[in-house]
Design a protein around this ligand. Sequence first.
Ligand code: DC
Length: 231
Amino acid sequence: MGFCSDMKIIIAIDGFSSGGKSTFAREIAARLGYIFIDSGAMYRAVTLYALQHGAIRNGILDEDKLVGMLDDIDIVFRFNPARGASDIYVNGEYAEGKIRTIEVSNFVSAVSSVPQVRRKLVAMQQEMGRNRGVVMDGRDIGTVVFPDAELKIFLTADPAVRARRRYQELAAKGMDVSLEEIERNIRERDEADQSRDVSPLRKAEDAVVLDNSYMTLDEQMAWVTDKLCNI
Ligand code: DC
């Protein structure tokens, strides 16, 4: 890849749900020899813990209970060479599959709008980027976590295209879900992500926009190579 400098930088990728951020970020990290961090996985991990430990009951999040358990939640990424990416462990338990269920997806917006949750995870994310050489994707990476990131990308794609991608991904893993339910969840999360009070999803002023609705991964990589050479 024609990255025109040896200097290690931070690449922040923000955008809507299921927009291909992780695939794109993982590929950039692999080509540059950087660490890839999926910040959404961390919000999902907290949501999974809340579901498993009674902070979400009968479809309702008990915020005080969740805040009371935050110090007990241990989130660790371990590199998995077979996948070429890091797997997430919650309190020592492998959680990659469990954090991606529709149940977690349905509650993750509520969990991620709790200020104390964001404070804890943002501090962890900043620590992970201390030595730079990181590609991190999420909603507030270019605005809050790394406002000084050298390259900020705001990824967008048509909601119907995103729903189809997510459907294919989950169906390939054998999960029984409907396209309609996924599209509804994506539209609800778009709305929740943009309208929450704390760190809403928005494009950083200095971010470059990429609409990847009809782009292949190779085309996206060519686009980012050009951007990296012009930092
Ligand atoms: O990227 P994802 O769909 O796996 O993220 C799951 C949820 O986590 C998403 O609905 C919003 C939230 N999130 C966030 O609030 N801030 C981030 N930096 C990343 C994700």
